[in-house]
Design a protein around this ligand. Structure first.
Ligand code: CNA
Ligand code: ZN
Length: 255
C-alpha cells in the first residue's frame, strides 16, 4: 500500500505534511477547507484551485525515485502480489511495474471525462488547456472536463475490489508513505490475516494504525528506510543497477 509519501522524493508535495504539503499551501487561497478542492460540488463551482494543483502535477515533470524502483524490484523478483496506490502521479507505472500488478485506487491523470455529457477528452487536449492556465472544456457541450482522479464521495475504480482476493491471501504487507486518513483505502491495512507481518514506513506515526504483534514500524525518511531495508536484503547493488538502467531509459529523447 502506498501514499503520497513515496513521491515526495520525486519532488511532488504530499497533502498533509505541515508547511510542504498542498493543504498547507491552500491557506493563501479562497478555499473553505482543503478537501473542498477535491469535492465535485466545489469543483463545479470553482475549478481553479483544482487545476492550479493539476498543473503542478504535469506528468512530464517528475521521475520515479528509489522507492518506486524498490517496488519494481519486488515485482522483478516475483515477490509483488499487487501494489495498491493512492497516488495519481503515474510514477509506479513509469518505474516499469505492469498495469496488471497495479491498483490505482484513486484513479489517474491518464484520462479525463466531461462532467456534463460524459464524453472522454484526450490527454493532449486536457494538458494543453491546464498548462495554458485555461479550464479544460468539452468540445461537445463545453462542460467542465475533469481528469479521472477520484474525488471525495466518488466511487473507486472497479479494480479496487481485487482487494477482496489479494489481502486475505497476502503473506506480507508493506505500507509506505501514507497518513492513512482516506477511506476506504486506509482500512485495507487491517484486511490481511492477523498472523501476517505488516511493515509500516512513514515519516511519523499515524493515529489510525492499530498495532498488531507482528508489526514492524520504521519511522523517518522513507528513502533512508527503504535503502536500509534493501541493504538488509542484500539487494543494494541490484537496485542501483536497476535505477541506473531505468534512469538512462527515461532520459533518452524518444522515451
Ligand atoms: P498524505 O495524507 O499527504 O500523507 C502522506 C504521508 O507521507 C504523511 O504522513 C507524511 O509524513 C509522509 N511522508 C511524506 N514524505 C515522506 C518521506 N520522504 N518519508 C517518509 N514519509 C513521508 O497522503 P496520503 O497518500 O496518505 O493521502 C491520500 C491522498 C493524497 C490520495 O488521495 C492521493 O491521491 C493524494 N496525493 C497524491 C499525490 C501523488 O500522486 N504523488 C500527491 C499529493 C496527494
Ligand atoms: Zn461534454
Amino acid at each position: 500500500m502506498a501514499g503520497a509519501g513515496i513521491s515526495t522524493a520525486s519532488g511532488i508535495p504530499d497533502f498533509r505534511s505541515p508547511e510542504s504539503g498542498f493543504y498547507s499551501s491552500l491557506q493563501r487561497c479562497d478555499v473553505p477547507y482543503p478537501e473542498a478542492v477535491f469535492e465535485l460540488s466545489f469543483f463545479l463551482d470553482n475549478p481553479r484551485p483544482f487545476f492550479t494543483w493539476a498543473k503542478s502535477m504535469y506528468p512530464g515533470n517528475f521521475r520515479p525515485n528509489v522507492i518506486h524502483y524498490f517496488l519494481r524490484l519486488l515485482h522483478d523478483r516475483g515477490l509483488l502480489q499487487r501494489l495498491y496506490t493512492q497516488n495519481i502521479d503515474g510514477l509506479e507505472r513509469a518505474s516499469g511495474i505492469p498495469g496488471s500488478k497495479l491498483v490505482e485506487a484513486h484513479g489517474s491523470f491518464a484520462s479525463a471525462t466531461c462532467t456534463g455529457c460524459g464524453k472522454a477528452s484526450t490527454e493532449q487536449d486536457f494538458w494543453a488547456a491546464v498548462m495554458a492556465d485555461r479550464v479544460p472544456r468539452c468540445a461537445a457541450c463545453s462542460g467542465l472536463v475533469k481528469p479521472d482522479v477520484v474525488f471525495f464521495g466518488e466511487a473507486l475504480p472497479q479494480r479496487f475490489f481485487l482487494h477482496l482476493v489479494d489481502f486475505p491471501t497476502a503473506e506480507l504487507l508493506l505500507v509506505l508513505g501514507t497518513s492513512l486518513k482516506v477511506e476506504p483505502f486506509a482500512s485495507l491495512s487491517e484486511a490481511v490475516r492477523s498472523s501476517v507481518p505488516r511493515v509500516f514506513m512513514n515519516r511519523e506515526a499515524v493515529d489510525s494504525w492499530r498495532p498488531r504483534s507482528r508489526d514492524v514500524v520504521q519511522l523517518g525518511d522513507l528513502v533512508d528506510s527503504v535503502e536500509r531495508l534493501v541493504e538488509l536484503l542484500g539487494w543494494t547493488e541490484e537496485l542501483r543497477d536497476l535505477v541506473q538502467r531505468e534512469t538512462e531509459k527515461l532520459s533518452r529523447p524518444d522515451s
